[in-house]
Structures are given as structure tokens and as C-alpha cells.
Design a protein around this ligand. Sequence first.
Ligand SMILES: [Zn+2]
Length: 284
Amino acid sequence: MSDLHKPPLDAEDRRAVAPVICYPNETLPVPQIDLYRSARATAQKVDEVLVPPRDACSFRVPAGQFFRISSVEGSQVGDLNLWNANNLSERFYSGKTRALHGTHITTGERMWTAFPYLRPMATITEDTLGWYGIDAFGGSVHDVIGTRCDPYTGNLLAGSQYHYCCHSNLTRALADATGMSLAEAEPFVHDVLNVFMCTGFTRDTGQYFMKASPVRPGDYLEFFAEIDLLGALSACPGGDCSSEHSSDTAACYPLKVEVFAPADGALDGWQSPEPNGYDQSHGR
Ligand SMILES: [Zn+2]
């Protein structure tokens, strides 16, 4: 080890420096949760899809409506992609959502869209797993730290050809929803919200871990659509993600998606958010 790489004499002092939050989020626009809740109380179900195990389905939610993802039959995690239904290049931005809200999201927090839009696309209004908090391993539920299980990583690590990873499931669902070919649809598939998945990073090695999801049939996560949404949800081949994914080994169950429309006038005073106000001149 060269001298340059030896810990300095003040190494412990440097490690002891207190962290600061990268993006203090007190100035984020606050969702009108009370208005959303009163509107939700007037809402009627207008659509329902059942996502088969190891497959994905698409759904559409106009701005101002709600959608609920429910566990049915057994413990199962879901990989969620969201797009602006009118412009697929405006899609969920997992990394910035993580930077703004943290590694896992729950009631009152939002899914944000990619640059140059960077606006809320969906707000979580109900989370029956909100009680879970952060466990002794540093794990929590509904993460924006994972990517989505995919056949490329499986091929890289194990030489496999598996076709029912969430990435492929979402690609097929988007192609079916839009009429695009698989090759056209694939680049629009993006890092997901891992619905019901329990994950974290190990404290000793910093590795991404998963553990059996605490979700049980009847649990749900509900969202308010801030803009017109096209969604796709994959019932992950990992099932409850207690052991492995990227294979047909784990027990898998369906997931239910329901869409609810509030009564006319129930959202008076609410407006769909505008795209981000940065002028995009980038210094020129
Ligand atoms: Zn998956």
C-alpha cells in the first residue's frame, strides 16, 4: 500500500463528520392529500385488470383518477412502470424520486417524471404496509433502489435465457398497449417502483438485498394520477422475493389493478401539475 492510500491520522475524525440531506424536500409542492381523500370517497370503480403471475398487464388512468394495486391469493411483489399516456418519453424517474424522497416511498410521497419534465406523475394516497417502517436489517417496502429483474443480467451472471423477467413482461405489455413491436417498446421500459418488495442495502458490504415481502392478500397501495397515465405492472417471477428471481422456481400469484373515478366536481381546486419550469437554455 502506498502512503497515499494509508488512512490519514485524522481518518476517524473525517468519518465522524455528520451527513447532510442532499435534497431537503421541505420546499417540494405539497400534495393536497385531504382533497384527494375527499374526492376518493366519491369515486366509483371504472376498470379492473388482473395481472397473471410471471406476466404483466397495462392499464390507463386519466389525470384526476385513482388506481389501486392489491395483493390477491398470495404474497407477491410487482414491478411498476408509468408513462405519460400522451408522451411515452415522459416516464417515471426512479433515481430522482429516490433522491427526493428516499429509498422507499409511502403515503404522501410521489413518483416523479424524467427530465425535462420533472413533475409529479402519481401520488401515493394509501399504503396498508405503511406500518412496516425500516426493519433491523435496514429493509423497507416499495423501493426505488432496485431496477427490474431482466434477462440480460441473468445471462451475464448465469448464461441463462429466461423470458419472463419483469423487463420482458413490461416490454410485452407496452407493445400490446401501443401497437409497437417488442424492439420499439423495449427502450421505453424503465427502472420501476418495486411495489410490495422488501429491500435494502447491507450495512457491511453495501449490497442490494431482498427479503420475503410482508405483503398479504388484501394489502394494497393506492395512487392518485397527477397526469394522464399509461401503466404496466409485472407480477415478478420472484414471487414474494424471499429467495430468487429470474426463474420459474418461486411461488407466484396474480396482482389486481383497479381504477377509480371521482364524482364530477370532487376535485375542484386541483390542477394537473405543469412540466418543470427550467427554461432548458443550458447556458447558451
Ligand atoms: Zn421482477
